[in-house]
Design a protein around this ligand. Structure first.
Ligand code: ADP
Ligand code: MG
Length: 379
């Protein structure tokens, strides 16, 4: 894949048969003093799904997860697990396990002791044999068979990550909560672990909720993504749905890459509209959710939806190429329009003029279909 802006694969589970939710947040809010970490969150999590909370640091992702796990109590609203309100139920009584951002492994215990910790706390306590079998199986699943006697500090970052995962799955939770579990890993290892996480989820059939601020990670792993901002859910949908039908500039910007033009919406009819930009350009597009004529708007056009050519069409934008980046299958151009400013264009290789493409300083023309440009609520 040549670019982060255009996901090619989506994990899609067949949900033709609706089952009761594993967990629900019903109008849940959480305040810490003056800070509202979660505000009126409504969310229903289906069994077996891979859901991600996506948003910038401080938007309330960890808080939402901690309320599901039982480490925080909501200020108002209800947390339900398996149809029961569990607002004040202790974490260890919930069929939920959490993998913490920092792993939170016990440094003085070896790998096996770390993984078996939860099982050994259970009352009645399972037998030695049963504990050993479960730990072996968990080690096998995270591909650490034979590492049981190792000390935590003898393990690499990626291995510690796997121990943390094994410690969570050994309890066979209905719901596995993962708080930025891959953030501490380098890029290559993170990629590998992403694939492993997805395999693991499919293999175990456990519901996963992943917290991440990495859109690529959310797009490639999730059945559904819950986009958050300042304690609120902005939009929930499949990766494809969010990418094609963002409900705001915020979502279009956070999920994928886009070009944005600010202005005022005009001439609305039949879902079609145009935007009069602040600097006096009329750009046509399709009307997004919750926006109407006369209102401030923002036109969003994805780089891969823009055609770059040497001849002008009826509504073409007249630009000059500033920079080109060869990305294999695609070429990314940064072009400049006199009044609209910089625009990013992603051109597939076969559409490039005689394979030569455009060079820095070349004049060019940009076009897109009305259908591809989305008029959104500005931030
Ligand atoms: N225990 C706490 N006490 C005070 N403020 C907190 C506490 N936990 C979280 N917050 C605040 O709540 C907001 C959301 O935090 P958090 O859920 O950790 O966000 P995220 O995981 O998206 O980075 C932040 O402003 C954070 O400072
Ligand atoms: Mg967090």
């Amino acid at each position: 894949m040549a670019t982060s802006s255009a996901p090619t694969q989506y994990a899609v589970n067949d949900r033709s048969e609706e089952k009761p939710p594993v967990a629900e947040l019903r109008t849940v809010s959480k305040s810490f003093g003056d800070v509202v970490a979660a505000h009126n969150i409504d969310l229903s999590i289906a069994p077996g799904e891979f859901l991600s909370f996506l948003g910038p640091s401080g938007c309330g992702k960890t808080t939402a997860l901690r309320m599901l796990a039982g480490f925080e109590t909501p200020t108002s609203g209800d947390v339900l697990i398996g149809g029961q309100v569990v607002n004040a139920l202790e974490p260890y009584r919930r069929p939920v396990n959490m993998v913490f951002q920092s792993y939170a492994l016990f440094p003085h215990l070896n790998v096996t002791e770390n993984i078996s910790y939860g099982l050994r706390q259970r009352r009645p306590r399972p037998g030695r044999r049963e504990i050993a079998d479960k730990v072996d199986r968990a080690l096998e699943i995270v591909r650490l068979s034979g590492f049981g006697k190792r000390r935590i500090w003898e393990m690499s970052g990626g291995q510690q990550q796997r121990v943390a995962l094994a410690r969570a799955i050994v309890n066979e939770p209905k719901l596995l909560l993962l708080d930025e579990p891959l953030a501490a890993l380098d890029r290559k290892l993170r990629k590998e672990m992403q694939i492993e996480l997805q395999d693991l989820q499919r293999q175990l059939g456990i519901t996963f909720i992943l917290v991440t601020h990495d859109q690529e990670e959310a797009l490639s792993l999730s059945d559904r993504i819950c986009v958050m901002r300042a304690g609120e859910i902005v939009q929930v949908g499949s990766p494809l749905n969010l990418y094609d039908h963002p409900n705001s500039r915020y979502v279009a910007d956070f999920v994928g890459t886009s070009n944005f033009f600010d202005g005022r919406v005009e001439l609305v009819s039949d879902g079609r509209a145009s935007l009069m930009t602040d600097n006096g350009h009329r750009l046509k597009g399709r009307l997004g959710a919750g926006i109407g004529a006369g209102e401030p708007g923002c036109l969003s056009i994805r780089p891969e939806q823009i055609r770059i050519g040497r001849t002008a069409g009826e509504d073409s934008l007249d630009v000059v190429v500033q920079n080109r980046i060869f990305l294999g299958e695609h070429t990314e151009y940064l072009v400049r329009h006199e009044t609209l400013g910089n625009i990013i264009v992603l051109a597939p290789r076969q559409s490039e003029n005689e394979g030569r493409g455009f060079q820095t300083g070349d004049p060019a023309f940009l076009d897109w279909s009305d259908e591809a440009a989305l008029l959104l609520k500005p931030d």
